[in-house]
Write a protein that binds this ligand. Structure first.
Ligand code: KIV
Ligand code: NA
Length: 265
C-alpha cells in the first residue's frame, strides 16, 4: 500500500474509503498499527491522561508532544502522522508556528488544534506556511473547565448551528481534515455532508468520513475513569494487539463501527 498523504485524505473521501485513525505514543505500538493498515496515527495530548495519568490534557507540554512524535515517527512506513498542539501552544500564530515546526521536524506531517473563532487566524497562518492542519471541534478536551466536564456538545439548536458554522469556517481557513468529538450522530453526519474536507469522528456516530480512538480505549484498558459510550474494546475479537488493530481498521472501513450503541442520539 502507498503511504497516506495530505492530498490522499481528500482522495479517500472521493473514492468512498473510510479513514481509520488511532493514537499512539511509542514506536512499539505505532509499528503494529501501521502494519495493520491504520491510515493516520495521532500523537494526542490524550497522552496526559493515558500515559501520564493526569485528569485532563491541560498539563501536556510542547516537549511532551515532540518527544512522543519522534518516538512514533521512527516506526511508521505508511500512516500519516498527526501531532496535537497542546494547551495554549496555539494561543498565537507565532507560538503555533514554533511548536508546529518542531513537530514537523520530529516527523509529524500535520498538526491538530482545537476550536474555531480565534483559532481561524492560527489555522490560516500555519497553512500559508506549509503546515497542514487538522481542526478539532465539538467536545474539545482543552475546553474542559468551561464545559464543566467532558460533555457531549451541540445538543441544543443554537449550539448545533454554531458547530456547523465552525466546521465551515475551519475548512475555509485551510484545515484539510476535521475531527468531530462528542457530538450527536445526526449533527456529525449533517456536518460531514456539507463539509468540503473529510471528517473523522470520535463519539460522533457512523456518518463521518473516518473514525479515531485512543489506543488504550481500542484495547479495552481500564482508564480509571468511567468508560465513555463510544469506546469499543477490539482486543476481545482481535485476539492480539495486531489483531485488535486490524479488527478496528476493518470495522471502520466496512462501517460496522461505531454502531448506534456507541453513538449519541
Ligand atoms: O488527544 C487525542 O487523543 C485526541 C483524539 C481523541 C481525537 O485528540
Ligand atoms: Na487531543
Amino acid at each position: 500500500r502507498r503511504p497516506m498523504t495530505v492530498p490522499g485524505l481528500a482522495e479517500a473521501r472521493v473514492e468512498g474509503r473510510r479513514l481509520a485513525m488511532l493514537t499512539a505514543y511509542d514506536a512499539g505500538f505505532a509499528r503494529v498499527f501501521d502494519a495493520a493498515g491504520v491510515d493516520l496515527i495521532l500523537i494526542g495530548d490524550s497522552l496526559g491522561m493515558v500515559v501520564q495519568g493526569r485528569s485532563s490534557t491541560l498539563p501536556v507540554t510542547i516537549d511532551d508532544i515532540a518527544y512522543h512524535t519522534a518516538c512514533v515517527a521512527r516506526a511508521l512506513s505508511r500512516a500519516l502522522l498527526v501531532a496535537d498542539l497542546p494547551f495554549q501552544a496555539d494561543a498565537t500564530p507565532g507560538r503555533a508556528l514554533d511548536a508546529s515546526t518542531r513537530f514537523l521536524q520530529a516527523g509529524a506531517q500535520m498538526v491538530k488544534l482545537e476550536g474555531a473563532g480565534p483559532k481561524l487566524e492560527v489555522i490560516r497562518f500555519l497553512v500559508e506556511r506549509e503546515i497542514p492542519v487538522c481542526a478539532h471541534l465539538g467536545l474539545t478536551p482543552q475546553s474542559v473547565l468551561r464545559f464543566g466536564g467532558f460533555k457531549v456538545q451541540g445538543r441544543e439548536q443554537a449550539a448545533a448551528e454554531r458547530l456547523r458554522a465552525e466546521a465551515r469556517e475551519v475548512a475555509e481557513a485551510g484545515a484539510a481534515l476535521i475531527v468531530l468529538e462528542g457530538v450527536p450522530a445526526a449533527l456529525a453526519a449533517a456536518i460531514t455532508r456539507d463539509s468540503a474536507v473529510p471528517t473523522i469522528g470520535i463519539g460522533a456516530g457512523a456518518g463521518c468520513d473516518g473514525q479515531v480512538l485512543v489506543m488504550h480505549d481500542m484495547l479495552g484498558l481500564d482508564s480509571g475513569h468511567r468508560r465513555p459510550k463510544f469506546v469499543k474494546d477490539f482486543l476481545g475479537e482481535g485476539g492480539s494487539v495486531a489483531g485488535a488493530a486490524r479488527a478496528f481498521v476493518e470495522a471502520v472501513r466496512d462501517g460496522s463501527f461505531p454502531g448506534e450503541e456507541h453513538s449519541y442520539a
